[in-house]
Ligand binder design. Structure first.
Ligand code: TRH
Length: 387
């Protein structure tokens, strides 16, 4: 390698935090683990600030944690394109930037990083080229995924070791609980984190927890499901810091923490309710059972994605545990009444825990960042350069 690889990542925030969540994680990993000079172009710095509080929303250009963060404004500056250009989730690159790529003697490697899906067709589309209709440029599709035939998942090099250290060290756990203003719960209490979209299924789940035999502590990071939490406890203004209880259930509303600290919440809980894309992947790395509220799409397309993932995830589970998982996840995603499904699911706690651990281990060999860089190098070499 002669020069450091340069990389431009373009992120257009559609809604929520998944788009920025993935781009920010990828940017940090490329910069800090692989020495890539990363410029991250973001059109919504205010949303980004929730994940990285040190970001100054008014700045056009700044450095954060090894990454050059640029505000992607309507008027795009004249810049030299990077060696590796990643457009996240098919966001449209500025025309002037595309023209600059085309004008380069040695063309950048242009990648469209796609959304995560466990569907079968993904393997067939991963790395497919898409020539530009009239410019001498080729864009490649890069699909994250759960099998070796896909681009894999974002996983920091030291994450599993940090997770294991945390989960086997009571002092680290205590300090986590202290940091959220709580004493560490006793081991008989079921610790749940709950991150999700609005979901009327919550009432039935809370009923099951409140009337169950085990004490349940449910930690709810500030977000869209808070409305239903408030409704359940008859509070019109549920907000950070509030605590509720009913029967055997206690609920605490937490602030939205910066992205690097969210993992600790997942590691500290016995089961995690997650949503979208990035929190779902983090729950998998946590090696604990989890329940996925998938990002809802038009025409229920998301249910195909959900079922494709469940089929893969449940391959090594005994049929009764798999059946229970299907029932709970479907109920949760259909805003049905998953209270009974919860009880049937949690009977399998021990096997679900083993499965979650084994699943994380199985997936950990397929690193998205590494695969991206390998792919970049192979294309770049084919074009006659060796960066
Ligand atoms: O926010 P999301 O619903 O994002 C979604 C999905 O990515 C979806 O696929 C996409 O189409 C849509 O956005 C536009 O869920 P996701 O993907 O889990 O992103 C949440 C991010 O927020 C993730 O990076 C974790 C992070 N997070 C924190 O940093 N702190 C927190 O306290 C919590 C709860 C989450």
């Amino acid at each position: 390698m002669n020069n450091p690889v340069t990389c431009d990542i373009f992120c257009n925030v559609i809604d929520n935090y998944g788009d920025i969540g993935v781009c920010w994680r990828l940017a940090r990993q490329l910069a800090n683990e692989y020495g890539v000079a990363v410029r991250l172009w973001m059109d919504d710095l205010a949303s980004f600030r929730r994940l990285c509080p040190e970001v100054e929303v008014s700045l056009a250009q700044q450095r954060c944690r090894g990454v050059e963060v640029r505000h992607w404004a309507a008027l795009f500056p004249e810049v030299e394109p990077a060696h590796l250009v990643i457009e996240a989730f098919a966001c449209e690159l500025p025309e002037s930037y595309i023209a600059a790529m085309a004008a380069q003697e040695h063309k950048p490697v242009w990648i469209n990083l796609e959304y995560l899906s466990a569907e079968d067709w993904v393997a067939g589309c991963h790395k497919l080229p898409s020539p530009h209709p009239f410019l001498p440029l080729i864009k490649y599709f890069f699909f994250p995924g759960f099998t070796p035939q896909t681009g894999g998942l974002l996983l920091e090099r030291d994450l599993i070791a940090r997770r294991d250290a945390f989960q086997s060290d009571a002092a680290q756990q205590r300090s986590f609980w202290q940091s959220i203003g709580m004493a560490m719960p006793d081991t008989a209490t079921l610790r749940v984190s709950l991150f999700g979209y609005e979901n009327t299924a919550l009432q039935s789940l809370f009923d099951a927890w409140a009337s169950g035999t085990q004490a349940v502590l449910c930690l709810v990071p500030e977000g869209r499901i808070l409305t239903q939490v408030g409704q359940y406890f008859g509070d019109a203004v549920p907000c950070v810091g509030k605590a509720y209880s009913g029967g055997n259930l206690q609920v605490r509303v937490l602030p939205f923490v910066e992205q690097e600290r969210y993992d600790e919440l997942l590691w500290a809980c016995d089961i995690n309710f997650v949503r979208g894309e990035d929190s779902c992947v983090r729950a998998q790395w946590a090696g604990q059972p989890f329940v996925w509220h998938i990002y809802p799409q038009l025409d229920n397309v998301h249910m195909q994605k959900l079922r494709a993932f469940m089929a893969l995830y449940c391959t090594d589970l005994p049929p009764d545990a798999a059946h229970a998982l299907y029932a709970l996840w479907e109920g949760w995603n259909h805003s049905a009444s998953p209270g009974q499904a919860w009880n049937d699911f949690w009977i399998h706690e021990s096997i679900l825990r083993q499965q979650a651990r084994a699943w994380a281990y199985k997936l950990s060999g397929n690193s998205l960042a590494l695969n991206l860089l390998d792919f970049f190098r192979s294309i770049d070499k084919m074009r006659g350069s060796e960066i």
